[in-house]
Design a protein around this ligand. Structure first.
Ligand SMILES: [Ca+2]
Length: 379
């Protein structure tokens, strides 16, 4: 078994692409047919509100923009579409790639994400997390949060705040999250990082923890990192609707010997509920609460109680997003255990500290995703 969603990124666009639309209503069928007529596109009507449109590669961008304008909100999300390279009816393989018009358009917009993933145009950068009780002159590093960076064709870093939302809208989140987790592990090994490594993951990118997370766990072992040094950081937990799913993921990590952190605690009241139910090893206080805390009594009160509540439950607290000496001093006063932020260090790539031979071993340990999927199928 291998998980098609994590490990394959299908191609929908060819030199000549035949788009097969399955429209939800006769009305939407009429709109799309009229749009094709107006644009002079070769379109053929098929039974049951189905239409096949042939578009040359150079016109796909314009076509999808028109499509975006032609189908209104719910229709856009409900119209089904797949593509083929010839005018022959879609076969089983093409039908298995069926998606919605909305996802297809987002996927086109997200082609640069796909290109970067396929060309290995990415890195993990690391931001140190320091012991709160170490002095500014002699900071002791507790761990590093791995932050994923994708590069465009000019080797410029893509805005991180844009990459994951666009990946989610274009149905690439499963693949991207998997690559980001593997990259976090790989670059930590290459940089010879000895402290804890905090790896972000979005629970909605996991269908089946035992399967979807196994390749990350395997990579950690293959690269010789210590399981007790790995902390998985749950992000976007406010979106988590299914508590059993979340608990399943956590129990997989725990049974494999990893620690758990809850990210962005305090960004919504749901965080407290999650803290009680999931009993993580660490919580990270949302940077919204940290920024300007030294001059805001309301924030101080919330954070003070959050830290107290965490400590009562034997959970350690990391305050992130610290930018000034005053914020750092106040969080030390409130008994945060660890601190992170630009005030201490910005995220940065790790330089390879290993010998050529050790690096070669790591390269052999990190199998390409396609091979990882096939190898795992035999396990
Ligand atoms: Ca994080």
């Amino acid at each position: 078994m291998w998980c098609a969603d994590c490990e394959s990124v299908e191609d929908y666009f060819f030199d000549q692409t035949y788009f097969w639309f399955f429209l939800p209503t006769t009305e939407s069928f009429g709109k799309l047919a009229a749009m094709c007529g107006d644009s002079g596109l070769e379109a053929t009507q098929q039974p049951k509100n189905t239409i096949c449109v042939n578009v040359q590669n150079s016109h796909i961008g314009t076509f999808l923009t028109s499509l975006n304008g032609c189908l209104a909100g719910p229709e856009f999300g409900k119209a089904k579409v797949t593509t083929t390279q010839t005018s022959a009816m879609p076969d089983i393989e093409a039908m298995s790639r069926m998606t919605t018009a909305e996802v297809l358009v987002r996927r086109y917009q997200a082609q640069w994400i796909r290109a970067a993933m396929e060309n290995d145009s990415y890195q993990s950068w690391y931001q140190p997390i320091v012991h709160a009780d170490s002095s500014q002159d002699e900071l002791r590093i507790f761990g590093h949060e791995a932050l994923f960076r994708l590069f465009d064709e000019n080797q410029q870093v893509m805005p991180p705040g844009m990459v994951f939302p666009l990946a989610e809208q274009s149905d690439l989140l499963y693949s991207l999250d998997l690559i980001a987790r593997r990259s976090a592990v790989e670059h930590a090994a290459r940089g010879g990082l000895k402290e804890k490594i905090f790896i972000n993951f979005n629970p909605s990118s996991i269908y089946d923890p035992a399967y979807c997370l196994r390749s990350t766990a395997a990579a950690i072992n293959e690269l010789g990192l210590k399981t007790e040094n790995i902390v998985f950081e749950l992000t976007e937990t406010h979106k988590a609707r299914d508590m059993n799913h979340l608990k399943g993921i956590l129990s997989f990590y725990r049974s494999s010997g990893f620690a758990i952190a809850l990210d962005d605690i305090g960004s919504g009241w749901s965080g407290l509920n999650l803290m009680a139910q999931l009993r993580p090893d660490f919580v990270k206080i949302d940077m919204e609460l940290v920024q300007g805390i030294d001059t805001n009594m309301f924030k101080q009160n919330i954070v003070k109680h959050l830290i107290q509540l965490a400590h009562d439950n034997r959970i350690q607290v990391i305050a992130e997003g610290i930018e000034t000496a005053e914020e750092a001093a106040l969080l030390r006063e409130l008994n945060a255990d660890f601190l992170q932020g630009f005030y201490f260090a910005k995220p940065a790539p790790v330089t390879d500290r290993l010998s050529g031979r050790q690096n070669d071993e790591i390269s052999r340990g990190v199998r390409p995703l396609s091979q990882a999927a096939k190898t795992m199928a035999k396990v």
